[in-house]
Design a binder for this molecule. Sequence first.
Ligand code: HEM
Length: 469
Amino acid sequence: MSQATATPPPVSAPRRKAGTVSLQEARPVPELLPTDKGLPLFGRIFDYAKSPVDLMRHQWETYGPVAPFNAFTTNAVMLLGPDACEEAFRNKDKAFANEPAWGQIVGPFFNRGLMLMDFEEHHAHRRIMQEAFTRDRLLNYTSAMHPAIADGMAGWDSDAAFPTYPRLKQLTLDIAADIFMGGAADTSRAQMDKVNTAFIACVQAAAGIVRADVPMTRWGRAYRGRKVLEDFLRHYLPAKRATRTDDIFSVLCHIETDEGERFTDDDVVNHMIFLMMAAHDTSTITASTMLQYLGQHPEWQERCREEALAFGDAPTLEETESMTSLDLVMKEALRLRAPVPMLSRHTVKDTVVQGVRIPAETDVMICVQWSHLMEDYWTNPFVFDPDRFSSERREDKSHRYAWEPFGGGVHKCIGLYFAGMEVKSIMHRLLRNYRWTVDPGYVAPLDNHSLPFPKDGQPINLVRTGSNR
Ligand code: HEM
């Protein structure tokens, strides 16, 4: 165990059972202090970008589990602590909607992706999509994953300042081309690069300040990017419909529920674009966080390497699942740096959370990252200590929602097992063929404008020890 960042002062959690306070009895959202109004137009959005954790701590200590928050011109609220998050995830009275919330953030570029659907429609689409993530499908994705990883890593050589983040980002994009698209057979490298650029433009739109189709802006690029992606996918659709292959694109074209429900062509295109986005940055962030901590904790790197060496080059799904130390490290990485630190909702009716009345038409931020760092639930929460998840300690059991990197309720990440398999397969190959070190004092300078990534690319000292083939 070692100190990763300064430990903040302890906080206490006023707990309240869900559903015990009626709308009439509930308190209003606490009044925003004048000092917390932030900048005209932007509110406290830059405070969030500077340090989400500092902002969340301030909100929790000043206002408690339901905290007012000025973001752009809206009066939003932040939900802090696992009790408040749980109430929003459970969404008992169907007050919290995703589309009007995430739609404002990820814009029209991930339009009609599963996460942007609500209630009955969401339920219907999720039932179909579930068929793409069954255990049998995962087995197929796992065997296709290893050659894609080996190809992507083939050029990774010893480098005293190996830029982890951009390299992992490229790797996960390459993997997506194989696992999601099925290698996109008749597409040249140049065309594939164009698709990757289009895709990145869509992902980066979340951080755009100008939120309209204006040339030279993030949103302008994303509008053009979405068009490129749609054209690309529509070009391949007839072929994917005609034959069955093991990639997700083909799977989405053919899956159906027991009742015979299937996706239309538009659904397939929309879900594909969203799925690639959902899978890409989140897995990249997780793998790069793991690389950082394993580089700073050689004893854990060695422990994980021993497990990796116990299996062959291409472990099966069961084998990746049995890599216990790697699993603990992944959980700890997701705790310390949740790839999606804050989830977005919009209330479609008045509702009550932790005894506080949240009016209809309020933007709500579910601050999962804060739950991961509260002293009420974790010992020395800012310290890297994967054993806290071991069967002897199970600190994550301190509250059902103390650890919630994949969210909860009906929108809980549908790709969580896929993510575990992908990230562990990448780490497995790295551990077998490389050693690496990271300065123990290194703290990743995070860009928090959209999902948190290291601005400096997170350089590590990488040494190649195996053939990686
Ligand atoms: C470590 C990696 C990942 C993390 C941390 C993560 C996190 C999340 C979170 C927090 C949500 C809930 C959003 C909400 O409630 O508003 C979510 C939803 C989703 N994720 Fe993931 N995700 C990861 C990887 C993946 C992968 C690999 C895929 C697909 C292959 C995927 C597909 C989805 C989809 C489709 C949804 C929407 C589910 C729904 O609304 O029903 N994710 N993810």
